[in-house]
Each structure stands twice: as C-alpha cells, then as structure tokens.
Design a protein around this ligand. Structure first.
Ligand code: C2O
Ligand code: CU
Length: 504
C-alpha cells in the first residue's frame, strides 16, 4: 500500500505528515494493516482508512496484539489496537463496510458525529445488530470538523480492543501548528487480566473490583506501591477531581495508542515546532489526567468543537471525551503521561525534540493547574445562541456499587422510556448525580452546550457529572430520531445507565 493514493485532507498537510499520522515510527507500511485473525501484530501505529469514493473495509474480529512482547488475545478492528484511523474532510462522506467476524453481534457507533439516525450504530434502536459473518454499510456525511472516535455499542466490546480514531478535517483549518499527533488513551485488561465480561459479572455479584491480573505482576503498570489488582478494596480508588470514587476497575495496563508503558510510542518534532495533540479517552472505567513534562498545553478544542484557546498544565478526560491542545516542542525527550485518575497506574509516550532519553517518568505538571469544563468557553463560531429552553428534562443519575445497578430516574435501560422533543426545540437536560460515583454522560447525534452560569459554555457531547453535582446542558433538537443518552462508563452503561431522547 503506498501513500500516493491518499489525497491530503488539507492543502497544508504534506504527504510526510500522513506518514507521521498514519504510522508513527512504523511509517508507510502501517497504513492499512492486514487482517490476520489470531495472528500477533504490533499494536503500534494506526492503519489509515481514507474514506472517499469506495467504502473501506473494517473487520471486527479476534486478534492477538503485542503488548511490549506480551501477547494478548482480544478483539480488534483490522487486527490492530487502536483500529484504523478514519479521516475525512467535513462535509465529505464517510463510507465504511463493517464485517463482523466476532463470536457475537456488533455495530459501529460514530461517537460525537451528528449523523442520520440510521447510521448511529445502536443495536435494536437504529439498526439490527450485525450478525457474525455478515456486513453492514455505514455511509454518512460528517458535518462538523473535529476529533472523534468509533466503537461498538454492544456489551463490553469497547473494553476489548474495538475502538479507533475518526478525524474530520476542517477545510478552512486556521492551522497554527506544524505537526499533529493523535493520542488514544485506554485502560486494558482483555487477554492480560480478567475479561471485561467477567469483571462485569463479578461487579454485579458484588465481588468488588479488580481485573485479577494473572501475570504475577511483572507487567504491572503501577507507579506507586504494589496494589493487588485482584483484591482492590472498595473505596481505595479516590480522586478529588472526580469527587470521590475514581472507578470500579483496577486495570493491569494503561495504553497510549495501543502501547503499554514498557513500549511507549515516541513522537518526534523539531524544538520550537507546534504540535497539535488530538487526545481521545477510549477507556471504559478510567478518567485520564494528561500532561507533558516541561510543557504547557494550549487547549483549543473540546469534543471536537473549538474553544477560546486556554493554557494549562494538565487536562482531565472522562471516557468518551476528547481534547485538542497545542504544545510547543522543547528539546530533549519529555515524558507524556496519562495518569489513570485515582488509580495509580498510567499510560506513557515520549515527545522528542532532538536527542536524549527519558530519565524519570514524571510530569510535575500533573499536580499543577488542571483544567475543567467550567474553564472552557466556546469560540464565536461554536456558541449555541442563547435561548430559553422549550423543554426541560430532569434526569437523576442513581445507583451504587453494592447492587451494581445504575439508573436514570430510577430505571435501568428500558427501550420503552423515551424523553420526547420536537424538531427545532431548544432542549435542556438537567443531569443530577445522586450517586457516589462520577458519570461521563454522553448524548448521541447532537452537540450540547454546557450551561455555565450566564456565560456561554463549551460545546460538547460528553460531560463529567461528579457525585452530588447537577450539570445542565442545552441542545437544539435538530437531528430527528431516537438518540441514546448514557453514561460512557462501559460497566455502568451495561448495568443500565442509558436512556433515549427522541427528536420527532
Ligand atoms: Cu461513545 Cu453511546 O457512545
Ligand atoms: Cu456512570
């Protein structure tokens, strides 16, 4: 596969940039990774699926991935974790043929995209689940530029290896950066510790936390002390930033671009160059606190939509959230650390300007200024014009770790429960968290505005609601269909924290 056939998504982007984007260190050979079911493939780099005239093939199937020399049997798109990068220009069609080779039904959900309902990938709601051995053609226009990702909307599949970045380029990108680095964060247990299905079953039986790492610990990912993953006590994973319990699952590994801390991806730039980071939290039960040692971040986008650029030392991403930030590369090798918030492990990569080695895997920036959603303001283009809501839905987020039932207004997911709205209405969702756990709440098919006192809040599709907090978001019901509103913690979602908002 040569790069020649790929048009640049943006005139400013050189072919060399594509090599950087697509393959990282692996380069051009990684553009489209051959599918080798149950064959070990290096987990680094992205295959690139440029979706233009003809549909591109994405195969969900069993795979063995290489985690720093250790083989993990899992499920993946096109044999790699993350799966192939899908990249289009805003307004252009995404065309993907999904083929299911899994021992389960599946779908693909295009997280954050305002697409036609029939393409949204929610089984039994927007499409029939795709059976083993069959295919489904996804085709839609991606209207808004930004950083997105895609994943199944089925069981615990997202907590296996089934996820990949989706980048929608802005044809009138103002630029202001020289290089670009896509950074996909994930919490990993499949094929290394207990399977996500087993963890969920244990949580539902009240058997507590932990992925039950079976390795004896040499691949353990702990920065501090020696926690026993199999017996992590309830309440031991705490985070002030998340208002209490940080999560339900202690993972054996945390990954950046499919690579564990022992085998970090290195991104090379020239000192002084501005690098646009597109950070995606594809995890299932982990918020990541992200920083680069010796660097400040200028946050430019939240969940794909532009914000007034704001400087910070660190950012926090809940599951399903994305942040774009610009960093000016310094000389030497700087640790890039995505700390599993409240959990003690971290994912790592290296930002390299010139020569040198990482001497200490530390980033003091993690303890400094941490940006939250309240600090973000939309650019003029992204402001949702002020307007009184035509309709208000109050949603109480409830549940607990004991029964492991997670609910919205007292009920676990029930397809018959639908929160109505009419096309053209301004809809307000009041998300009141009465549980003792934080929830990254995600709405399909729309981008809401966080209601931030009087000032216009950032446009987002996923927002963290901490225990006791009430988070209010507004959106224009502009996209007809039945749209899921749910917690993006895969375990909470599977245990019921999902409902439907209808735009009729
Ligand atoms: Cu990324 Cu319904 O989710
Ligand atoms: Cu939740």
């Amino acid at each position: 596969m040569s790069t020649e056939r790929f048009d640049s998504p943006h005139p400013r982007f050189s072919r060399r940039r594509f090599l950087v984007l697509a393959g990282g260190a692996a380069g051009a050979t990684a553009l489209i990774r051959p599918v080798r079911a149950l064959a070990a493939v290096p987990s680094s780099g992205f295959g690139l699926v440029q979706t233009q005239a003809t549909p591109k093939a994405i195969i969900a199937g069993p795979a063995v991935i290489d985690l720093a020399g250790r083989r993990a049997r899992t499920w993946a798109y096109n044999g790699a974790v993350p799966g192939p990068l899908v990249r289009v220009k805003a307004g252009e069609p995404v065309r993907v043929k999904l083929t299911n080779m899994l021992e389960d039904t599946t779908t693909v959900h295009w997280h954050g995209i305002a697409l036609p309902n029939a393409m949204d990938g929610v089984p039994d709601v927007t499409q029939p689940p795709v059976a083993k051995g069959s295919s489904f053609d996804y085709e839609f226009i991606a209207p808004d530029p930004g950083t997105y990702f895609f994943h199944p909307h089925m069981g615990m599949q997202l907590d296996q290896g089934l996820y990949a970045p989706l980048i929608v380029d802005d044809p009138s990108e103002p630029g202001g950066y020289d290089e670009e680095w896509i950074i996909v964060l994930d919490d990993w247990t499949d094929g290394v510790g207990r399977s996500p299905d087993k963890i969920l079953a244990r949580l539902q039986r009240g058997m507590g936390m932990g992925s039950g790492n079976t390795s004896g610990g040499e691949d353990m990912n702990m920065d501090m002390g020696s926690m026993d993953h199999g017996n992590m006590a309830a309440g031991s994973m705490m985070s002030d930033a998340l208002g209490g319990m940080a999560g339900d699952v202690a993972y054996p590994l945390y990954l950046i671009n499919g690579r564990p801390p022992k085998d970090p991806e290195t991104f090379t730039a020239t000192p002084g160059q501005r690098v646009r980071l597109r950070i995606i939290n594809a995890g299932s039960d982990t918020a990541f606190r992200f920083a680069i040692a010796g660097h400040r971040l200028t946050v430019t986008h939240a969940d794909g939509f532009p914000v007034l650029p704001i400087d910070t030392d660190a950012v926090l991403l809940g599951m399903g959230e994305r942040i774009d930030a610009i960093v000016t590369c310094r000389s030497g090798a700087s640790p890039v650390i995505a700390r599993a918030e409240g959990k003690g492990g971290s994912a790592r990569a290296v930002l390299r300007g010139g020569t040198g080695k990482v001497r200490r895997w530390e980033a003091p920036e993690l303890e400094k200024q941490l940006l939250t959603v309240a600090d973000l303001s939309p650019t003029d283009a992204a402001i949702l014009a002020p307007r009184e809501p035509d309709r208000v839905h109050r949603l109480e987020l409830g549940g607990n770790d004991m029964t492991y039932k997670w609910t919205i207004n007292g009920s676990a997911y029930d397809p018959a429960v639908v929160y109505p709205s009419s096309l053209g209405e301004r809809v307000r969702l009041v998300l009141q968290n009465t549980s003792t756990m934080w929830h990254p709440m995600h709405l399909h098919g729309h981008t809401f505005a966080v209601v931030n006192g009087g000032a216009p809040g950032a446009r987002k599709d996923t927002v963290i609601v901490t225990p006791g907090q009430t988070m209010t978001v507004d959106f224009d019901a502009s996209n007809p269909g039945k749209w899921m509103l749910h917690c993006h913690n895969t375990y909470h979602l599977e245990a019921g924290m999902m409902t439907t908002v209808q735009v009729a």
